[in-house]
Every structure is written in C-alpha cells, then in structure tokens.
Design a protein around this ligand. Structure first.
Ligand SMILES: [Zn+2]
Ligand SMILES: [Zn+2]
Length: 253
C-alpha cells in the first residue's frame, strides 16, 4: 500500500491511498485543480481514482467533492445525512454511494473500515484501510481519544493521526471562548498532547510511521506537534507532520 497527503489541516484535507487495484481519495477539502496537480506531481492521474470517500460534512473535507465527481468522474461515498447537509453547496452528484457509520467498504482487494468518532460533524467517521494484511489509519476529526481508538492504533502499520492544537496557543489565542471550548471539548479536535499519548501506545508494536495531521493554523505550529510527539516516543517511532500547504512524500505502508 502507498499513500500521501495532498493536504492536511483545518484549511482542507485530502489523502490519497493506492493498494492492489484500488486508487482512493479520502475527503475533498481542496480544489479540483490542486488535487489534480498534486497527484500529477507524484505521477498519478486523478481520473484513475475509483472512489472519493467523505468522512463528514465539514467544509474542510467536502468543498471539492462536487468538482472531483463532475470533472474527474469519481463516485462519492458518503452517508445520506452528510449528502443532505452538503448537496446544496457542492452541487449535483449523479453517483452517490451511501454508507452508514461503522460500515466496511470494499474496493477490489482493499477494505475500508469506517469508525464513528464523537466529533461534532454529521455522521463523522475515521478510517482504517487494509490490504494484504497491512493497515493504514486515517484518523482525524476525532473529538476526543474515544474508547477503542487506542486499541485500533495498536493494530496499525502506519497512521495519519490528528494533532490539531497546542493547548497553550489555544488558551492564549484570539478565538472567542465559545470556539475555544468547542475545539478542546469532547466533540472538537484532539491536541498535540493527546496525539502524543496515543502515539506512545504504538511503541514496540506494528506502527512504522505516524503523520501528525489536521493541524490548526491559529493554534499550532508543526514544530510544536513534532516536539510533543518526540517527548513521548523519542526515536522509537518515526513521526512526521502532514503539511497544511503542500503534498507530503509518498509513503509505503
Ligand atoms: Zn476537519
Ligand atoms: Zn470536522
């Protein structure tokens, strides 16, 4: 299995995964032009992507879904409730394939397990992609380190894992108190420290690399996310940060 992040952050998310005969995109939070050019830069054609799978309704995950579908011909997998929430904004979709949170989706010899999270989007799920006994987690918009998340991580070979905010930056920052409470509450995002705690559970297990993902612009810095993780895992686990502004390197799983 191979994967790279086209972009990851509260400004827009999209992650590419290829394995066996399957070519998949998870979320469409960037423009069609950006997605096409970032795939082309890795010698991948966006028209070869067989499915776009949407984690939840928030705009940083859905804004390009209509364009990805109409311009590049990929069917869109989302729940009925997410479709109803976004259809007026993303425009007409001819091929929506509905799933329920918790469903397991199959694409050729690849399976995608959807896992409901307590995040405050509609029907929010995160993903475990499995092919040939290798497992990749795409774990953002988590709300909190919910029951079962740590156990799921321990069974993964690699993961994108949310590391949204530094608690001090959030506390000192300019966001209104209500928004601060939403982000740090149990239905918002998980912090650098929570990410680092989860990463520590993976030491000595299958995990080969972990990409801190979905960083906030206002309330985080890549170096802070990295430092928090390194304080917990040292050199026992390879940790990198998925960029808010550009595609990451192609990674093997
Ligand atoms: Zn998000
Ligand atoms: Zn969200």
């Amino acid at each position: 299995m191979r994967t790279f992040s086209l972009q990851s952050g509260s400004n827009g998310n999209s992650i590419y995964v290829e394995a066996g005969d399957a070519r998949l995109l998870f979320d469409a939070g960037i423009s069609g032009d950006q997605a096409e050019s970032r795939l082309r830069a890795r010698n991948r054609a966006i028209r070869d992507v067989q499915a776009l799978i949407i984690s939840h309704d928030h705009w940083d995950h859905t804004r390009g879904a209509g364009v990805f579908h109409r311009r590049f011909g990929m069917p869109v997998y989302m729940t009925e409730r997410v479709y109803r929430a976004v259809r007026d904004r993303i425009g007409k979709l001819k091929d929506v394939r509905r799933f329920l949170p918790g469903d397991r989706l199959t694409f050729a010899d690849v399976t995608v397990q959807t896992i409901p999270t307590p995040h405050d989007g509609i029907d929010t799920v995160c993903f475990v992609v499995e092919h040939d006994r290798r497992r990749l987690g795409i774990l953002t918009d988590l709300g909190s380190p919910f029951l079962g998340l740590g156990e799921a991580l321990e069974e993964l070979d690699a993961a994108y894992l949310e590391s949204n905010y530094d608690p001090d930056m959030l506390r000192r920052g300019s966001y209104p108190d209500e928004l601060k409470r939403r982000i740090s509450g149990g239905r918002g995002h998980i912090s650098n420290e929570e990410c680092a705690d989860l990463a520590a559970r993976c030491i000595g297990r299958r995990m080969q690399w972990l990409a801190a993902a979905h960083l906030s612009e206002q309330n985080n810095r890549p170096q802070l996310a990295l430092d928090a993780a390194r304080r917990r895992v040292g050199s026992m686990l390879h940790v990198q940060v998925a960029s808010r502004y550009e595609a990451g390197p192609m990674m093997e799983v």
